[in-house]
Design a protein around this ligand. Structure first.
Ligand SMILES: C[S@@+](CC[C@H](N)C(=O)[O-])C[C@H]1O[C@@H](n2cnc3c(N)ncnc32)[C@H](O)[C@@H]1O
Length: 266
C-alpha cells in the first residue's frame, strides 16, 4: 500500500485494495469518535446542506445523508472517478439521495454560499496547495457556515519494532514520501485564521491500528524504504520477521494521531 497513490487514484490498476484499507481504517474506534465530534461541532443536523470534500467512496457521506434526512442536501466530491462510481453504487443500494461529483478540491463545482457545513477528511495532506482548497471551501460555505477537517500528523506514527533506529529510518522515509503535507495539523490553525475563519477548536485522538491493518501497512513501509535504498535487504528481513512474530502473538502496537479542526466561516 502506497498512501501517495491517493493523490491520483485514477491512475492505479485496481482501487479495491484502497477500498478495503479505507474500510478497515474507518472501523478504528478513536477515528469514529473524532468523526462523531466533527458532526456535532461541524453543525451537521437534519435539513442542513452538507459537502464532503475528498469523500472517497462515501463512507462518511452516507452517514451525513442519514442525519440530514429528506429535507437536507448532501454532496460528495472526489478526484477519483472510480471512487465516485462506487459511492453512487452504495448510495443507490442504500436508497439514499446523494449528489456525487468527480472534481478537484481546489476548483469546487458549486456556487458561492451553497452549504451550511463543509467537511474534509484525510485529503488536505495530499494537496500541494492547501490554502487554495480551504479558500474554495470558504467560498461555498454560507456566512458563518461550519467547516470540519480531520487530518493526521505523520510524525506521530509509532510501531513497537525493537530496533528503534531502524524504526526511525523507516518512519522518516514514510514522512518524506507518503503525502505532500506530513505535518499539516501544525500549520492548519494559522491557515484557517488567515482565511478569516473564527472560533477554531481543535481535538485529537491517537488511533490504535487493528492488528491486520498494522501488519500490512507497516510491512509495506519497510518494503518501500528498501525500494528507495533507505534500508538494506537484511534490515527489511529483520523488520518483516519481527512484525510477523508480533502479529502471530496479537502484539503489534502501532498508532498515529489524528486532529479535528472545526471553525466558523466569515
Ligand atoms: C485517504 S482518502 C480519504 C477518503 C475519505 N475522505 C475517507 O475518509 O474515507 C483520500 C481521498 O482524497 C481524494 N483526493 C486526493 N486529491 C484530491 C483532490 N485534489 N481533489 C479531490 N479529491 C482528492 C482521493 O481520491 C481519495 O478519495
Amino acid at each position: 500500500m502506497e498512501l501517495s497513490k491517493f493523490k491520483a487514484l485514477n491512475d492505479v490498476d485496481s482501487v479495491n485494495a484502497y477500498i478495503s484499507a479505507l474500510e478497515a481504517f474507518d472501523g478504528i474506534v478513536e477515528l469514529q469518535e473524532l468523526k462523531d465530534l466533527a458532526r456535532v461541532r461541524g453543525g451537521v443536523a437534519e435539513g442542513k446542506s452538507i459537502l464532503d470534500v475528498g469523500c472517497g467512496f462515501g463512507l462518511e457521506t452516507g452517514r451525513l445523508a442519514n442525519v440530514a434526512g429528506a429535507q437536507g442536501f448532501v454532496s460528495g466530491l472526489d478526484k477519483s472517478a472510480d471512487f465516485i462510481r462506487e459511492a453512487q453504487k452504495r448510495a443507490e443500494a442504500a436508497g439514499q439521495s446523494i449528489d456525487y461529483q468527480t472534481g478537484d478540491a481546489t476548483a469546487l463545482p458549486y456556487g458561492d454560499n451553497s452549504f451550511d457545513c463543509v467537511r474534509a477528511e484525510r485529503i488536505l495532506i495530499y494537496l500541494s496547495d492547501v490554502s487554495a482548497a480551504l479558500s474554495e471551501m470558504r467560498r461555498v460555505l454560507k456566512p458563518s457556515g461550519k467547516i470540519a477537517l480531520i487530518e493526521p500528523d505523520f510524525s506521530t506514527n509509532t510501531i513497537n519494532i525493537s530496533d528503534r533506529t531502524l524504526a526511525r529510518r523507516v518512519l522518516d522515509h514514510e514522512i518524506k514520501t507518503a503525502v505532500e503535507n506530513s505535518f499539516l495539523p501544525g500549520s492548519l490553525m494559522v491557515t484557517l485564521e488567515n482565511l478569516g475563519f473564527a472560533n477554531i477548536e481543535i481535538s485529537s485522538r491517537a488511533l490504535i491500528f487493528p492488528q491486520e491493518l498494522a501488519a500490512s501497512y507497516f510491512s509495506s513501509l519497510a518494503d518501500n524504504a528498501l525500494k528507495s535504498g533507505k534500508i538494506t535487504t537484511s534490515e527489511n528481513g529483520a523488520w518483516q520477521t519481527e512484525l510477523d512474530d508480533l502479529k502471530a502473538h496479537n502484539a503489534i502496537f502501532a498508532t498515529i494521531s489524528y486532529f479535528l479542526f472545526t471553525a466558523d466561516a466569515p
